[in-house]
Design a protein around this ligand. Structure first.
Ligand code: HEC
Ligand code: HEC
Length: 210
């Protein structure tokens, strides 16, 4: 879904829903304060759509997804999911947050090169060189470190269905997750080179099959 595909009327109501309801947790324009609540600003459209559908059909089933998002997503029809995803993808990305320098450097190495001895591939191959995301591969740059570690754990423990990621991080230690997350939170506001508001990509509309 391109921004242009959302009717002005639907765009306005999605904007309103975002800034009245979703903003209570995800912050103004999708830049949240607390790491319990992920930043949504500048996230890719296909990823946002896939997650909202996964909450709605209850396949994303970690405890916080269940308590916070199942009810929310049950209220959303497909047209609203497209419109609100398009809205968030167009917002200014969150600010970077600098963390411990050693941890950041270690995380950068894991992100860019993987960990060959543990069979962990480079995260950058899917999430992009600056973690800006592309299509179904979410933007991770500027995301809260605590949220990223929590998601890495629930994916590793298979509480959240994410087929590609299960294999990628099955052997990543919690220390390594913390290092990568610290690096990712420190990345700048830069946007993806490809347009994240563009929705129809090579894997859409069945991202889980990719
Ligand atoms: C009461 C708080 C709350 C409200 C209101 C809320 N959310 Fe969420 N949302 C959360 C939490 C907590 C998570 C993280 C769930 C987890 O840890 O799996 C989340 C996750 C998400 C994600 C997944 C992000 C990612 O990076 O994977 C999307 C997309 C999302 N919410 C969209 C919305 C939209 C759209 C609305 C409004 C219709 C909304 N949320 C309203 C609490 C909330
Ligand atoms: C083969 C491609 C691939 C590689 C390599 C990869 N990822 Fe992912 N990652 C994905 C996909 C696809 C998703 C979205 C899963 C879904 O739809 O639920 C994802 C989701 C995530 C999420 C959840 C984001 C959110 O907002 O909830 C985190 C965290 C993550 N990846 C971290 C990493 C880290 C750290 C590495 C490197 C160790 C890595 N990924 C390597 C494909 C990949």
């Amino acid at each position: 879904m391109r921004a242009a595909d959302v009717s002005p009327e639907l765009g306005r109501s999605a904007h309103q829903l975002a800034e009245t309801t979703c903003a209570n947790c995800h912050g103004v324009s999708g830049r949240s304060i607390s790491p319990t609540f992920p930043n949504l600003a500048a996230q890719t459209v296909p990823y946002l759509e896939a997650q909202l559908r996964a909450f709605r059909d209850q396949t994303r089933a970690d405890p916080d997804a269940l308590s916070y998002m199942w009810g929310m997503a049950s209220q959303l029809n497909d047209a609203t999911i497209e419109a609100i995803s398009t809205y968030y993808a167009a917002q200014t990305p969150p600010r970077a947050k600098t963390g411990d320098a050693k941890l950041t450097a270690r995380g950068k190495q894991i992100f860019e090169e993987g960990v060959t001895s543990q069979g962990v591939p480079a995260c950058a191959t899917c999430h992009g060189p600056q973690a800006r995301g592309d299509n179904i591969f979410p933007r991770l740059a500027g995301q809260h470190a605590d949220y990223l570690v929590k998601q890495a754990l629930v994916i590793q423990r298979r509480l959240r269905a994410a087929p590609v990621m299960h294999d990628v991080i099955k052997d990543l230690s919690q220390d390594q997750m913390r290092a990568v997350a610290t690096y990712l939170e420190s990345l700048s506001r830069a946007r993806a080179k490809t347009d994240n508001t563009r929705g129809r990509g090579r894997c859409h509309p069945a991202p889980r099959a990719c």
